[in-house]
Ligand binder design. Structure first.
Ligand code: ADP
Ligand code: ZN
Ligand code: ZN
Length: 774
């Protein structure tokens, strides 16, 4: 007998565990099986994830049926699933689900078949069984005459279409048959020229009804066949590479020869990073390896895909969430079968089931979409690094503004860095960047959202018939308090981040440590009463623009207006073809846009991102401003960038103006160290949710107490318990831990026990969720 642990996706039980079964057959790991699960005769489809030992006590149930000949998840990836489970304390559902092929492993078709005994006694064949009355079926089943069988061969569906072509001996048949009509002759000629086609192709090209085609099929001159369709095929324009310049060559050889598992390609937009990725990919493929390329958001990086497809033609699969399930399955299948050697996609593409994955490239590595958050129960870097350790491959990170923690790795010597300092194409000039102090605008009596300088620049740009982008680094209203007179923002004294207005309490509160303060009536610094909640939205900017420039075409793009699948592409095309004059939008504009006729970029209020209640506020602002600046003046004429702010002296703004990443990094890393933020500690949030505040509070208290007792000897700080606003009738509370890297694993052990004990609360619908914040 063999014993296996299996994973059942979304198993009904609220407890998360693997289940052990026995089997007479020795099975490879990663295949799907049918197992008895739950009451009576119920079964489930499960994935075999590890071998097990027989335990004393309860007898084990047996695996009923094996569904796959080949594993659908490789052993490497199963190991990765266990790694995520242990490293983030995520449930098996959370850690195994991303490894599974697109589609539903629980999709089942059940039918009854005769057993050996049944075949001797019952006359009807298997096909007729489904027509029998349920009582009879039940009776047969009890007597062991029939058994249930589950059938599914593939997880996703392969799409096929019917193609028409000429029969191999059609010439002979033409001679034997009666003379064809003109229309039938047209079909034959079409098929001689095109060899095959769908009914729709043929009939629409020839302008015919279906009858001539059907007659030809009846005569046997034309035959039908079912063929697989690849839903992911798209057109591409082949392109050849550039000869790398000296910096690019140094980076290329440096990365290949580096003895460190992670390399960072640090270069501003246009410095030729993508060209280096392409060359690296080529080399890896030549040696028989495969490459994954990760991008932040697929819709925003059409150029990246175009270039990879142009260079590698059909050897590329694209994986992202906007694909239909069928398209995703086709892409997955091509990767699994080794039909392609490159996969490009968003973060989840890091799980691409390549057999010999040798390089993972993470473009725009500073982007937040790669990091652990509510919808993503892993950090893309940890996963990439783990996979490359397994396969002895390389992680390549690329960015103009590397994540501060990444650059810390460079300074610590764990990551090799390669700089691209120049733009790859000569001629394009850096835009001129101006900072406007909005406090003095106020003093001069200007309360408009546009400063005099931005207004003038907009007028001039519109008069020239050029385009402008107005940028709000957050969508709408924010909940920090700031003084319009002197720019002062109310921060937490312990945590150095802005405090948040807490409506029901009528006070300001810190997200991190839970400290509160009254909402001030006058500015504690300058005494002005012009201190209030800060807010300006894209709609408001749009309204002002429409009033100012009634004849100009104004486009607004934010999460609301680009909700539809292709809205982004439409906006992109409109700007590209000069159909829009002013484009107003949020973060999204900072990525991937490259319009030659944009001469002005205005940042309405840099303060909006500078004061988000997050230790990364400065970093996020620096990144955004740097990227936005890169959007101007890509063409022949020199562009301007105007940044409006109430705190022009903030280092995120001044270093961004001077395009000085290193300067920014040096200052930021000091702050991180002083206030205990990553990379010096890891932040772990424990969030408690439930039906009643009492139980949520009680679970939080019990957990904090237990942690408090056990962490005395090591470097862990904890905040007090903070209650959060109720969402959808779910009560919530949380507290935060900060742990030094060297004590992480010890803390995990404690957390594991806390998590285990929290399970007593599950029956009362009260849960603990642990979030790792980068
Ligand atoms: P990044 O990825 O850093 O933004 P790209 O690789 O897209 O930079 O390069 C920017 C532009 O310069 C592209 O149009 C690219 O085709 C071109 N380019 C890149 N490398 C070279 C090179 N060595 N010689 C000439 N042009 C280059
Ligand atoms: Zn003030
Ligand atoms: Zn605080």
């Amino acid at each position: 007998m063999y014993y296996y642990n299996v994973f059942i996706k979304n198993a009904a039980s609220s407890f998360d565990s693997l289940y052990t079964y026995e089997s007479e057959l020795q099975l490879p790991l990663g295949v799907r099986v049918v197992v008895p699960f739950g009451r009576g005769n119920a079964t489930q489809i499960a994935l075999v994830v590890s071998t097990a030992h027989k335990t004393e006590g309860k007898p084990l149930k047996a695996i009923r049926q094996v569904l796959d000949r080949e594993p659908i998840v490789t052993e490497d990836l199963l190991e990765l699933g266990f790694f995520m489970h242990d490293y983030y304390l995520t449930s098996f559902n959370q850690s195994f689900a991303p490894l599974l092929p697109p589609g539903d492993i629980k999709q089942v078709k059940k039918s009854w078949v005769l057993t050996g005994a049944g075949r001797q006694l019952i006359e009807s064949d298997t096909r007729e069984l489904k027509n029998l009355a349920p009582e009879i079926i039940e009776d047969y089943a009890k007597r062991g005459l029939i058994k249930e069988q589950v059938s599914i061969e593939t997880i996703g569906k392969v799409k096929t279409e019917t193609l028409y072509h000429l029969a191999p001996d059609y010439l002979k048949m033409l001679q034997q048959s009666k003379k064809l009509t003109d229309k039938q002759m047209d079909v034959v000629k079409f098929l001689t020229a095109h060899s095959k086609g769908t009914q729709k192709d043929i009939l629409s090209r020839l302008g015919l009804s279906s009858s001539p085609l059907n007659t030809l099929v009846k005569k046997g001159i034309v035959v039908k066949s079912e063929e697989e369709v690849d839903r992911t095929v798209s057109t591409f324009i082949p392109t050849s590479g550039h000869r790398l310049n000296v910096e690019q060559l140094q980076a290329y050889y440096g990365i290949l020869q580096s003895t460190k598992p992670i390399s960072l390609l640090h270069g501003k937009t246009g410095s030729g990073k993508t060209e280096v990725y392409l060359k690296l990919a080529q080399t890896v493929i030549k040696e028989g390896g495969q490459v994954v390329v990760l991008v932040p958001e697929i819709g925003l990086t059409p150029q990246m895909i175009e270039r990879f497809k142009g260079r590698f033609e059909g050897n590329v699969a694209i994986l992202h969430s906007k694909l239909s399930r069928g398209e995703r399955f086709d892409a997955w299948r091509k990767i699994k079968n080794g039909e392609v050697a490159i996969a490009i996609g968003v973060r989840s593409c890091v799980f691409a089931p390549f057999e010999n994955l040798k390089m993972i490239i993470i473009d725009e590595e500073h982007d937040n979409s790669y990091r652990f958050h509510n919808a993503l129960r892993y950090d893309t870097f940890d996963v990439a690094a783990y996979r490359m350790r397994q396969n002895n491959g390389k992680v390549v990170l690329g960015s103009a503004t590397p994540d501060v923690s990444t650059y810390y790795g460079v300074r610590q010597g764990t990551i090799d860095v390669f700089e691209l300092k120049r733009r790859a194409v000569a001629g394009a000039q850096e835009p001129e960047t101006y900072i406007v102090d909005m406090r003095s605008e106020l003093i001069q009596g200007n309360t408009s959202i546009f400063s005099a300088q931005l207004q003038q620049a907009l007028d001039a740009t519109m008069a020239k018939g050029a385009q402008a982008i107005l940028f709000l680094n957050r969508r709408g209203f924010s909940n920090f308090i700031s003084c319009r007179q002197c720019g002062h923002v109310i921060n937490c004294d312990n945590c150095d981040i802005s405090m948040t207005v807490h409506k029901s309490m009528g006070r300001l509160r810190c997200h991190y440590c839970g400290a509160t303060k009254p909402i001030p009536k006058v500015c504690p610094v300058c005494g002005s009463s012009y201190i209030k909640q800060f807010g300006v939205g894209t709609q408001q900017v749009e309204e002002v623009c429409r009033k100012l420039y009634p004849d100009k075409k104004i486009i607004r793009m934010d999460r609301d207006s680009t909700y539809e699948k292709d809205a982004y592409d439409r906006v992109y095309d409109m700007m590209k073809h000069g159909e829009g004059d002013i484009l107003i939008g949020t973060q999204m504009l900072a990525k991937g846009l490259d319009f030659k006729n944009v001469l002005l970029v205005g940042v309405i209020a840099a303060d909006l991102s500078l004061n988000i209640a997050d230790y990364k506020a400065e970093e996020v602002t620096f990144d955004l401003l740097t990227q936005v600046a890169g959007r101007a003046g890509r063409g022949i004429m020199r562009g301007n960038v105007i940044i409006q702010t109430y705190t022009p002296e903030n280092y995120a703004i001044t270093y961004a103006k001077n395009h000085d990443y290193i300067g920014f990094y040096e200052e930021e890393i000091q702050q991180r160290k002083a206030f205990h933020y990553p990379p010096f500690v890891e932040i772990i949030n424990l969030e408690f949710k439930g039906d009643t505040m009492d139980r949520v509070q009680s679970l939080a208290e019990v957990s904090l107490e237990k942690i408090g007792e056990e962490i005395k000897d090591f470097q862990v700080q904890h905040s007090r318990i903070i209650t959060l606003p109720k969402i959808n009738n779910v009560y919530r509370a949380k507290f935060t831990l900060k742990v030094a890297p060297r004590d992480r694993s010890k803390l995990l052990e404690v957390l594991n026990r806390v998590l285990e004990e929290s399970k007593d609360y599950v029956k009362n619908n009260t849960y603990l969720q642990i979030d790792f914040k980068q």
